[in-house]
Write a protein that binds this ligand. Structure first.
Ligand code: FES
Ligand code: FES
Length: 163
């Protein structure tokens, strides 16, 4: 039997009738057409499906949509969809060539966002540790780490810039 859920996603409220077994990742992609959240392993391993639940990074393939009822979700679409005014994280990845195919990128961005908010000047080791649960098949992580460093600078620049 379906259940009604109401979620705030990227500051917009959605109410839907869903099967209790519907994963949050599938809810975002199929019910809300927010396909920026990618699904790789569906087992909590790859990190591609990472979103923020009430500000904390979680793997959306590991919880059901009904478990997120009444909560706030931020997906990669919550950053910026304006190519002329990218979020500092997106801008940094663009500048540092931090992606190739881009499949892992949404999960990496959503992992980095709260991490960089709490770590204004992270070391390479800290960045690599923060990203240890995000698997990228394309890059050697060097550009990703460089992008994360740039993003930290942009997010914490004196004149602001954090979105
Ligand atoms: S799809 Fe969720 S961790 Fe891989
Ligand atoms: S850029 Fe292709 S999987 Fe990471």
């Amino acid at each position: 039997m379906k259940r009604e859920v109401t979620l705030t996603v990227n500051d917009r409220s959605y109410t839907r009738q869903v099967e209790p077994r519907l994963l949050l990742s599938d809810f975002l992609r199929h019910e809300l057409a927010l396909t920026g959240t990618h699904v790789g392993c569906e087992h909590g391993i790859c990190g591609a499906c990472t979103v923020l639940l009430d500000g904390e990074p979680i793997r959306s393939c590991l919880i059901f949509a009904v478990q997120a009822d009444g909560h706030g979700v931020t997906t990669v679409e919550g950053l910026s969809d304006d190519p002329g005014n990218l979020h500092p994280l997106q801008q940094a990845f663009w500048e540092a060539h931090g992606l190739q195919c881009g499949f892992c990128t949404p999960g990496i961005l959503m992992t980095l966002l709260p991490f960089l908010q709490e770590h204004p000047d992270p070391s390479e080791d800290e960045i690599r540790q923060a990203l240890s649960g995000n698997l990228c098949r394309c890059t050697g992580y060097q550009f990703i780490v460089e992008a994360a460093r740039r993003a930290a600078e942009k997010l914490h620049a004196p004149q602001g810039g954090a979105a």
